[in-house]
Design a protein. Structure first.
Length: 129
C-alpha cells in the first residue's frame, strides 16, 4: 500500500467525525475506528493525511456512520464504489456511451434525467422541480 496520504479526504473524515462527536461521544477516534473495523492508528493517520484512504468497503462504512453520501467520500478518496464498476461491466458499451453523454451535462440536468428514468410516468413533475 502506498502511504502517500490524501489530505483532503482525511480532513473531511475528521471534520465529519468531530461534528458527530459533539452530540455523540461514541464518535471518538477509537470508537469510530472500532465501528469501521480498522485500527485507531490507521484512522488517525488517514485523518492527518499520512496514509491513503481505506478500502471502498470501509469508506462506505464510514459514510454510513457519519451519515454522509458514500459516493462523495469515495470520489474524494479517488475511488469508485465496486457496485458501480460491476454495473458498468454488465453493460459496458451502453453505460460508457451514457456516461460520456452525461459528462457534458450539469448536475441538475443529470438529476432530471435520472428522475425521468426512475419514474417515466412523472416526467412532467420532474421537469418542474
Amino acid at each position: 500500500m502506498d502511504m502517500t496520504g490524501n489530505i483532503e479526504f482525511g480532513k473531511r473524515i475528521q471534520e465529519l467525525r468531530k461534528r458527530k462527536m459533539e452530540t455523540d461521544p461514541s464518535f471518538s477516534l477509537r470508537q469510530f475506528a472500532a465501528k469501521v473495523g480498522i485500527s485507531p492508528t490507521f484512522v488517525s493517520k488517514i485523518e492527518n493525511g499520512e496514509f491513503d484512504p481505506p478500502s471502498a468497503e470501509n469508506i462506505k462504512k464510514m459514510a454510513a456512520l457519519l451519515e454522509c453520501n458514500a459516493d462523495e467520500l469515495l470520489a474524494l478518496a479517488g475511488k469508485v464504489d465496486p457496485d458501480i464498476a460491476e454495473i458498468i461491466r454488465k453493460k459496458p458499451k451502453a453505460l460508457a456511451d451514457f456516461l460520456r453523454v452525461a459528462h457534458g451535462r450539469s448536475e441538475e440536468e443529470i438529476r432530471k434525467m435520472t428522475a425521468r428514468m426512475v419514474n417515466p410516468e412523472e416526467k412532467g413533475d420532474a421537469e418542474k422541480q
